[in-house]
Ligand binder design. Structure first.
Ligand SMILES: CC(=O)SCCNC(=O)CCNC(=O)[C@H](O)C(C)(C)COP(=O)(O)OP(=O)(O)OC[C@H]1O[C@@H](n2cnc3c(N)ncnc32)[C@H](O)[C@@H]1OP(=O)(O)O
Ligand SMILES: O=C([O-])CC(=O)C(=O)O
Length: 377
């Protein structure tokens, strides 16, 4: 069993910043559990909606509860006209994560959480709306002003994402991949975006503000944005050999290789083996001749040269690409999933709240003498 990573130094690494009953990350060096359930078992056996329910409502749903939950989510997909109008104003060259941030914020204006008693309904509405919301904007701005129908017959959030993106019922294999992917991305303890959501929640702010703030944190390439950055890197290489040469050059220049390394895990990210397996299946299905091989070679070189391993993001890049998902929509899918984890944390924070307000070690001048404005250089 791998030892836990030695955690110290900047970035609050290794410091406990609160309690959670939602998730353990790297407790035995590599593991990940949601409310005690191993991620491998969840990704293998569950639908995303079961996992969202587990995180938000505290237990795995029985069949009737799952059916009821999915029916509720399905009934809440419609986009308010005012939200559509705002989405249509956002330019085609905007980053889709900015669209998610604005869309979430606009939803908060239209359907404000007036009381914490409404929190579960607000969360479920966001989960229901987000896939159609981003794809409404995407199709309108990238597909000749097409105004898609978001009230599809899709049975799940994963299917809804693919259906509203491509305007057709997706194939079952792709829906299975989406379930696994959304489960893998759903929750990860006090990562940067979740911590952002909790800090916002600790001021007793509304839930749309918490999620909007978290989207902003997830957007960065050191966090959720890494799946897009990984794709932007690997898409240039047409063979494993070309990839190896390029990565060696990047390492010599001390470039960061996106999709590798982790703040907590030491030897592996348990989500990688799962999404890698799906990426392999998709590669075989699509007749891919190099992208999977390129990805595998980058993984091998990074481990050989740096003992750095793929995190959850790296093989998501090839997997999403094989399903015809445009690179810039990769991180919004992460939002569609992680919104469940963020909101479970917001609910947990609210249940036992104290405003999060750490201290800082001051490094500025001891004291400074006032200088009148006309005397300043
Ligand atoms: C879903 C997710 O959010 S997973 C994370 C997604 N992010 C990425 O993939 C971005 C690339 N990775 C990284 O930038 C980092 O590994 C992070 C941000 C994930 C973690 O950062 P840290 O906790 O600071 O990493 P850690 O302390 O283990 O770094 C150790 C050393 O490895 C290096 N290193 C870490 N990751 C990488 C990488 N991907 N490429 C090259 N070198 C790296 C660091 O620069 C550091 O070197 P140094 O000691 O000479 O400065
Ligand atoms: O835990 C982290 O720091 C980043 C991560 O993997 C996640 O949020 O899924």
């Amino acid at each position: 069993m791998a030892e836990a990573k030695k955690l110290s130094g900047a970035g609050l690494r290794g410091q406990s910043a609160g309690e959670t009953a939602l998730c353990t990350v790297g407790q035995t060096g590599a593991g990940l559990t949601y409310r005690g359930y191993d991620i491998k078992e969840l990704a293998d056996k569950a639908q995303f909606e079961e996992v969202a329910y587990l995180l938000l409502y505290g237990k795995l749903p029985n069949q009737a509860e799952l059916d009821g939950y999915k029916a509720k989510l399905k009934s809440q997909r419609a986009l308010p006209q005012a939200l559509k109008t705002v989405l249509e104003q956002i330019p085609a060259d905007a980053h889709p994560m900015d669209v998610m941030r604005t869309g979430c914020s606009m939803l908060g204006n239209l359907e404000t959480e007036a009381d914490f008693a409404e929190q579960y309904d607000k969360v479920d509405r966001m989960l229901a709306v987000f896939p159609g919301m981003i794809n409404y904007w995407y199709n309108f701005t990238h597909n000749d002003g097409l105004r898609i129908e978001v009230d599809t017959d899709a049975d799940s959030i994963g299917e809804q994402f693919l259906w509203t993106l491509h305007n057709k019922k997706p194939e079952p294999l792709h829906v299975d991949v989406m379930h696994a992917s959304l489960i893998l991305y759903a929750e990860h303890e006090f990562n940067a975006s979740t911590f952002t959501a909790r800090v916002c929640a600790s001021t007793l702010s509304d839930i749309h503000s918490c999620v909007t703030a978290a989207i902003g944190s997830l957007r960065g390439p050191l966090h959720g944005g890494a799946n897009e950055a990984a794709m932007a890197m690997i898409e240039h290489w047409r063979s494993a050999e070309e990839a190896e040469d390029a990565v060696m050059g990047m390492l010599a220049r001390k470039d960061k290789i996106m999709g590798f390394g982790h703040a907590i895990y030491r030897e592996s990210d348990p989500r990688n083996a799962i999404i890698k397996e799906w990426s392999k299946k998709l590669s075989e299905q699509t007749g891919d001749e190099y992208l999977y091989a390129v990805s595998e070679r980058v993984e091998a070189v990074m481990w050989r040269e740096k003992k750095l391993f793929c995190n959850a993001d790296f093989f998501h890049a090839s997997a999403y690409s094989f399903m015809g998902i445009p690179t810039k929509l990769f991180t919004p899918i992460f939002v569609c999933s992680r919104a469940s984890g963020w909101c479970a944390h917001v609910i947990e924070q609210r249940a036992n709240n104290r405003i999060i307000r750490p201290s800082a070690d001051y490094t500025g001048p001891e004291s400074a003498a006032w200088v009148a404005i006309e005397d300043r250089v």
